[in-house]
Design a protein around this ligand. Structure first.
Ligand SMILES: Cc1ncc(C[n+]2csc(CCOP(=O)(O)OP(=O)(O)O)c2C)c(N)n1
Ligand SMILES: [Mg+2]
Length: 281
């Protein structure tokens, strides 16, 4: 990927991290850890992979995105806002009783959200349905979904994986955000899922691997996924939960907790320094 494009994507992601941290701090609740881990993946999708038009979010021919790990709206909403689906100022309504930006992804009130999610396991199932509908209706849109590595402990996920392979859904691309942590500990301790590559291959999927914080690596994987025929593709994206805020990185305790004022200030300073560094080069 060209350096200019990497810089552009990095700046969008850095700004989104700041906005996501602001949202969770202001609301005094929300899922920051997993949002920081999938931020680069979602930034890549909306700014270089998916065919979408923010001025026509319901375009029947648009590519679809399902945030199967639906708790990570502090990643999705800032990316959507910066892409132009709604004003960045609307992020102030996050998790407010009088607002429309709910804590979990909400398709009825948030422009650009294609599926309401939050109950883990259901998003991938909906994505399989959308991909199947695309095939039946002879549409050439693609469907993207991001799952958590803890989420795949849900049995429903594996039913969806089987169905996607059976129906040869090559218009479906799933990304698993492999950050190694779920709500209260290591995925390996709570419910081991490895070897994920072999399991998914055995389930009939094309398996690709990427560094989930490297835009070149992500773009390459998404480009390869577009060339796969007669089977769905999964990208195993290695990430760091809490990426970008030093005291949150790889700490399960930051799964769904808001920072206090001092922690917020420190996190914001760190993220702003990263943004400044990117903008300087
Ligand atoms: C069906 C269901 N069970 C439990 C939860 C509560 N829950 C929310 S997030 C989470 C952990 C998810 O871990 P992972 O998928 O690894 O997410 P990430 O690390 O990316 O935040 C759990 C158990 C839920 N949202 N849905
Ligand atoms: Mg996880």
């Amino acid at each position: 990927m060209e350096q200019n494009k990497i810089r552009e994507l990095s700046i969008i992601a850095a700004k989104s991290r700041i906005l996501g941290l602001d949202m969770v701090h202001r609301a005094a609740s929300g899922h920051i850890g997993g949002s920081l881990s999938c931020m680069d993946i979602i930034t890549m999708l909306y700014n270089g992979v998916m065919r979408i038009d923010p001025s026509n979010p319901q375009d029947p021919d648009r590519d679809r995105f399902v945030l199967s790990k639906g708790h990570c709206t502090p990643a999705l909403y800032p990316v959507l806002a910066q892409r132009g689906f709604f004003p960045v100022e609307a992020l102030e309504m996050f998790r407010r009783v009088d607002g429309h930006l709910s804590g979990h992804a909400e398709m009825k009130h948030v422009p650009g959200v294609d599926m309401s999610t939050g109950s883990l396991g259901q998003g991938i199932s909906a994505a399989v349905g959308m991909a199947m509908a695309g095939k039946l209706n002879k549409k050439n849109y693609r469907v993207y979904t991001v799952l958590g590595d803890g989420e795949i402990a849900e049995g429903q996920v594996w039913e969806a994986f089987m169905a996607a392979a059976k129906y040869e859904l090559d218009n479906l691309c799933a990304v698993i955000d492999v950050n190694g942590l779920q709500i209260d500990g290591k995925t390996a301790d709570v419910m081991p899922t490895e070897p994920l590559d072999e399991k998914l291959e055995a389930f009939g999927w094309k398996v690709l691997k990427a560094d989930g914080h490297d835009f070149g690596s992500l773009q390459e994987a998404f480009a390869e996924a577009k060339t796969v025929k007669a089977q769905p593709t999964v990208i195993l994206a290695k990430t760091v939960k809490g990426k970008g805020v030093s005291y949150m990185e790889n700490v399960a305790g930051w799964h769904g907790k808001a920072p206090n004022d001092a922690q917020y200030e420190q996190g914001k300073q760190e993220l702003e320094a990263q943004l400044k560094e990117l903008e300087a080069h």
